[in-house]
Design a protein around this ligand. Structure first.
Ligand SMILES: [Cu+2]
Length: 327
């Protein structure tokens, strides 16, 4: 689907951080940016308001690692990501399959739902173009599958964000490279901006990222100049935010703390997130929001500034522990 933008907003401070996973993609290198419209590949746009079973912050609790500089690798904590198949053909729909192997070497079949899904798969080209947020289906044999089309040639990174059942360390994210054959023509990263437009929606960003610290980001959605106050729940929240750092593809997945129906979280126009950036650099933010029955993605480039003075970020000021999963 297309990228679009609309962000819901929670009136209050939604502090929540879900599992924040930092992954450094292996291959550093080409990072460009994406002049192309972002693609949102969610295949199950319909998600029920009740699909959220992760308690904010529950994810990742216990895996706090403040030495952020992590790298998302294909193997971590004994788990590994095992994609099947070779290079894909650009523009051709593929049944993309992969497995997560557990510490015992066998395919992992037990998952705990987070945001209504057993596993979230993020796919992006290495220049941060072509973003997709997919929800694969798990087979009894531990093989995940999902329809996937890589529109243009190039090197892509896939991130599997999940919670192994029964693992006290909580959520983790594993990354792997996938290639779409042909000449890769990386685009430069779009410059920092406070506004993004998608399908008639305008999303404005307030706040920013602080290198190595917590910060608050508020995204406001309007449509044709009017604030949107009836955002629809998507995966149990009014907005989902993923951030990827240009260069090493460090990965952050952040969610608002409030939930639709909790009696205190308005359905827009503001949606606030707490994020923790692993370090300085340029990040591409992808905000998924749902309105009018469709999920859209608004994209922004944000520079994470070095923290100055006290090391207190917005998160700390709110007294929230920010789970940080170091991948
Ligand atoms: Cu997801």
């Amino acid at each position: 689907m297309n990228a679009a933008t609309k962000v819901g907003a929670f009136g209050a401070c939604l502090a929540l951080t879900f599992g924040v996973a930092f992954g450094v993609g292996g291959a550093v290198g080409k990072i460009g940016s994406d002049p192309e419209p972002s693609r949102h590949g969610d295949t199950d746009g319909q998600d029920e308001p009740d699909g959220h079973d992760g308690e904010p912050g529950s994810h990742g609790a216990g895996s706090v690692d403040h030495e952020a500089a992590a790298a998302t690798s294909a193997a971590y904590r004994g788990y590994s990501l095992d994609p099947a198949g070779g290079p894909l053909t650009p523009g051709e729909p593929t049944d993309f399959r992969f497995r997560v192997l557990g510490p015992d070497g066998a395919p992992l079949t037990g998952y705990e739902k987070a945001h209504g899904k057993d596993l979230h798969l993020i796919v992006v080209r290495r220049d941060l173009a072509g973003y997709q947020h997919l929800h694969p289906v798990l087979g009894d044999d531990g093989v995940w599958s999902v329809p996937l089309t890589l529109e243009t040639p190039g090197e892509y990174r896939v991130f599997a964000d999940f919670v192994p059942a029964g693992d006290p360390d909580g959520a983790l994210t594993l990354g792997a490279d996938v290639t779409a054959t042909g000449a890769y023509d990386p685009a430069p990263l779009p410059g920092p901006a406070r506004t993004a437009t998608v399908d008639g929606y305008t999303v404005t960003l307030d706040g920013g990222l602080v290198a190595g610290g917590g910060s608050e980001l508020t995204l406001s959605v309007s449509e044709d100049g009017r604030p949107v106050t009836d955002l629809e729940p998507y995966l149990g929240a009014y907005g989902h935010l993923v951030a990827l750092r240009a260069g090493d593809l460090s990965y952050l997945h952040v969610h608002p703390e409030g939930e639709p129906g909790d009696g205190r979280t308005p359905a827009g126009p503001d949606v606030t997130f707490h994020a923790q950036a692993p370090g300085a650099g340029a990040y591409r933010l992808y905000l998924d929001f749902r309105h009018g029955g469709e999920v859209r993605t608004a994209e922004f480039t944000v520079e994470a500034a070095e923290a100055t003075g006290s090391a207190t970020g917005a998160g700390a000021s709110h007294g929230h522990a920010l789970p940080l999963i170091h991948i």
